[in-house]
Design a protein around this ligand. Structure first.
Ligand SMILES: [Mg+2]
Length: 357
């Protein structure tokens, strides 16, 4: 396979991975025993949300939630402009909120809702995210990694821009940088899962140096701890998942859910489908954790790692999204980003194919 095809397949894998994890884990309940008892075991296929689900009732099998809706909005904004700015991100999030009737839907996160209301009231987008500490920045950030293949630091810096209007606390940026950098690293042919996790920890520590000073556990140290818990082979998978739930936390907090996503990714050995199955069993903010884990897994393994029946279900359940078209657009932006690197920087020349301009 030539490099251009390889790169496109892995960008597409990242996009489908994001959607697959989100939709797969969407029917999970808040606690692992509830999900396990209701479904009588693992969630091993796309399922509709149960009618009594606190936030997802009414969603059908394969339908994505706000995580992927916002990731697509971010991708579309990047493709339209060629890059991301604080202002364009703010405009895109407000437009998305209005399009889904944000005032009247239950699944908008607390930081995003607060920021959107402030933006609508005329507040300046560099100030509307200064208290945003939940995982809404990290859950949508994967496209930023896809436009910076092999450039995790550039991905982390763009992640900060994309999070500024809604999630500009140090802890939220730490988690968002971890996910964006992991995706950028996962685009490199022959990179290992260990490299991806190491890069995430490096970027988590970098992101912590930015944004408004806030409080929370160390995302980087908790990623390391989550991976240790998840790879403790003396325990069965379900016990390791329960340990992630009890000791890392499957909550809306960035410093809980981002480390959980890396734990799930490690438990699944980077496989997108197993990441989705394990994240759904984890429960709690399962759709977001699965979206992050599966975006990284899908980028790393490529779209070939996702069986076509699941691709078909995602297309049918989300007819407004043309994933292939978006992957094309992101590839073009990635090429432009590569060509804008200094002439002596050839770190990702061999990732995208095509001659450097
Ligand atoms: Mg969601």
């Amino acid at each position: 396979m030539d490099l251009e095809t390889y790169a496109y397949n892995h960008i597409l894998g990242g996009l489908y991975g994001q959607a697959l994890g989100d939709a797969w884990a969407m029917p999970a309940y808040l606690r692992p025993y509830q999900t396990w008892n209701y479904y009588n075991g693992w969630i091993d296929q796309f399922l509709p949300a149960p009618p009594d689900h606190p936030v997802h009732a009414g969603l059908k099998a394969g339908q994505v939630t706000d995580d992927t809706q916002q990731a697509i909005v971010l991708a579309q904004t990047i493709i339209a402009d060629g890059y991301i700015t604080v202002e364009s991100m703010a405009k895109a999030i407000v437009a998305w909120y209005d399009a889904i009737d944000g005032d009247n839907v239950p699944y908008i996160g607390p930081s995003t809702r607060r920021a959107v209301l402030a933006l609508k009231a005329g507040q300046e987008p560099h100030t509307t995210g200064v208290y945003g500490d939940t995982n809404g920045g990290a859950m949508r950030i994967s496209p930023i990694g896809l436009i910076h293949p092999g450039q995790p630091e550039a991905a982390a810096l763009d992640a900060i821009i994309a999070c500024t209007p809604t999630h500009f606390t140090d802890v939220a940026l730490s988690g968002s940088c971890a996910v964006a950098a992991a995706v950028a690293q996962a685009m490199i042919p022959n990179t290992t899962l260990e490299d991806i996790i190491d890069m995430a920890i490096w970027a988590a520590n970098m992101g912590l140096q930015y944004g408004s000073a806030w409080f929370g556990p160390s995302v980087g140290r908790k990623i390391d701890f989550a991976v240790q818990l998840a790879t403790d082979t003396t325990l069965p998978e379900r016990d390791r998942i329960q340990n992630l739930y009890d000791m890392i936390g499957s909550t809306l907090a960035t410093a809980d859910s981002v480390p959980c996503a890396f734990g799930i990714l490690a438990l699944a050995e980077g496989d997108p489908i197993n990441s989705a199955i394990y994240a759904a069993a984890l429960s709690g903010d399962a759709d977001t954790i699965a979206a992050m884990a599966c975006a990284i897994a899908g980028t790393w393994r490529g779209v070939e790692a996702i069986p076509f029946e699941h691709i078909k279900t995602l297309r049918q359940a989300n007819p407004n999204y043309d994933f292939e078209d978006i992957a094309d657009g992101l590839y073009e932006v990635a090429l432009k980003n590569r060509d804008a690197l200094p002439p002596d920087d050839d770190s990702n020349v061999d990732i995208l194919g095509q001659d450097k301009q």
